[in-house]
Design a protein around this ligand. Structure first.
Ligand SMILES: C[S@@+](CC[C@H](N)C(=O)[O-])C[C@H]1O[C@@H](n2cnc3c(N)ncnc32)[C@H](O)[C@@H]1O
Length: 443
């Protein structure tokens, strides 16, 4: 396992980064707040880029390995802390000791220091004792045999769900979820070519390679902030995993077609469909979340692309549909996100087993509600970033059984594996995110 190096040796100067990391972690663990919502605001407003990277590494790493860190904490603390902020602090310290190159004395002293900063000096002795004990006994502790969920650092219910869906691959899915994800860009081919953009990257000293399955993708050797990605602000490229870049090709919107992107925000796939359509495709981009609609508009502006942005509920088309059928519908359904845990490790903390059935019934309701909007001869592409059959092949299987006017379109591809009437990419397959696609035709 590679051990991340702290950005520089002045560990004390990183204290505000640790403070931000601790606040973010407590937000997830105690308040059930998703990282996506709070991360950008907190990281961007207070820290310089190196501290930001360090804070991000600490929060993501701690969440990635949380069940293992919790098992370690139970081992070194006679009584696990009841105070959520102190528990988060201890876990943050253990992560630094177990998984980073921060020298142990710095990991211990800076974490103890934070107990004072957050007004909980009473816990300084406890945090000091726990971390020192781990530092002293680390080799022996790491040899202790752990339960599968602590070893693979996932909640037990989620491992069981992976195993039910993928009996031969569940463990490799869990392992792939622990790897830091690559940063992949999609080149806006209306503005430049992939080859030319690769040369731009190379001349800027940024090593990168062309993706294998997406003809517009470029993966950077090391992730970096978008502000330092050449041409990002001007709309030359977007950040999008290669698996997500496969949607526009599968949708295959022909010149002159009318497309509904039914769950469009923040506009990753909307942008790609428009780039691919080169001005010859009309897109209605729907979303029900006003805040995310703002992100969608921002994406379109940055890419200098135009779509009809429509606030509305995909399950209630009567409220917003003008009655004109669509030749293509993309349903990039809200899902458990179990295919993108490597990018959103807080999913492992925030998701509950009962969420999966609830998601599945919403996904199915969306599919049924949108189908009448599809023109005869049209195609609907169903996509999720889930690896669970309950949200994927079961939804499609149930839908096909219920609708005589729907037929599966076989997806022949060099990526992924067959999954019912669709195709599944598992996390880490060719370095991609986990994704499911199924294409349905209305003959
Ligand atoms: C997986 S994300 C879409 C990502 C987007 N397609 C992209 O590529 O950038 C799912 C989106 O569905 C939206 N959504 C969830 N339920 C919805 C509903 N009932 N009607 C419309 N949009 C909905 C969410 O607000 C979220 O933006």
């Amino acid at each position: 396992m590679s051990r991340p190096r702290p950005p520089d040796a002045s560990h004390r100067s990183r204290s505000s980064a640790r403070g931000v990391a601790h606040a973010l972690l407590t937000g997830v663990l105690r308040d059930g707040r998703s990282l996506g919502a709070s991360r950008r605001r907190r990281l961007d407003s207070r820290l310089d880029p190196r501290d930001r990277a360090f804070a991000q590494e600490l929060v993501f790493g701690t969440l990635r390995y949380l069940p293992r860190l919790e098992a370690w904490l139970a081992h070194v603390a006679a009584h696990p802390p009841r105070d959520a902020a102190i528990r988060a602090l201890a876990l943050l310290g253990l992560y630094q000791l177990g998984f980073t190159r921060v020298p142990p004395h710095a990991a211990v002293s800076t974490t103890v220091e934070l107990t004072h900063t957050i007004g909980k000096s009473w816990a300084a002795g406890f945090v000091n004792a726990v971390l020192r004990r781990f530092a002293a006994e680390r080799d022996a502790i790491e040899r202790i045999e752990l339960a599968a969920n602590a070893r693979l650092a996932h909640p037990a219910w989620l491992l069981a769900a992976f195993e039910r869906a993928w009996p031969a691959a569940w463990e490799s899915i869990a392992r792939a979820n622990l790897e830091p994800p690559p940063m992949t860009l999609r080149v806006n081919t209306l503005r430049t070519s992939r080859q030319h953009y690769l040369e731009v990257l190379s001349s800027n000293g940024i090593p990168a390679r062309a993706t294998r399955h997406s003809a517009q993708g470029v993966t950077l050797e090391s992730p970096r902030g978008v502000e330092s990605v050449p041409g990002f602000g001007e709309g030359l490229v977007s950040v999008q995993d290669e698996a997500a870049q496969l949607a526009a090709g599968l949708l295959d919107a022909p010149h002159g077609s009318r497309v509904l992107d039914a769950c469009a925000a923040p506009g990753g796939k909307t942008g790609h469909v428009l780039e691919r359509g080169a001005g010859g495709v009309e897109v209605v981009a729907l979303d029900h979340d006003p805040r995310r609609i703002g992100d969608l508009q921002h994406t379109l502006m940055r890419l200098r692309l135009a779509a009809h942005v429509q606030p509305g509920n995909a399950r209630k088309p009567d409220a917003w549909w003008d009655g004109r059928p669509f030749d293509r519908i993309l349903l990039d359904a809200p899902c458990s996100g179990t295919g993108v845990i490597r990018r959103h490790p807080d999913i492992k903390v925030l998701r509950r087993p009962e969420d999966i059935d609830e998601m599945a019934s919403r996904q199915s309701a969306m599919l049924h509600a949108l189908w009448p909007l599809l023109a005869r001869g049209g195609r609907l592409l169903y996509a999720t970033c889930s690896v669970l059959s309950r949200e994927n092949e079961s939804i499609i299987g149930g839908f096909l059984a219920a609708r005589a006017d729907a037929a599966a379109v076989r997806i022949d591809a060099a990526w992924g594996r067959p999954a019912g009437q669709g195709r599944q990419i598992l996390p880490g397959d060719d370095a991609m995110d986990g994704f499911f696609y199924a294409a349905l035709a209305k003959p």
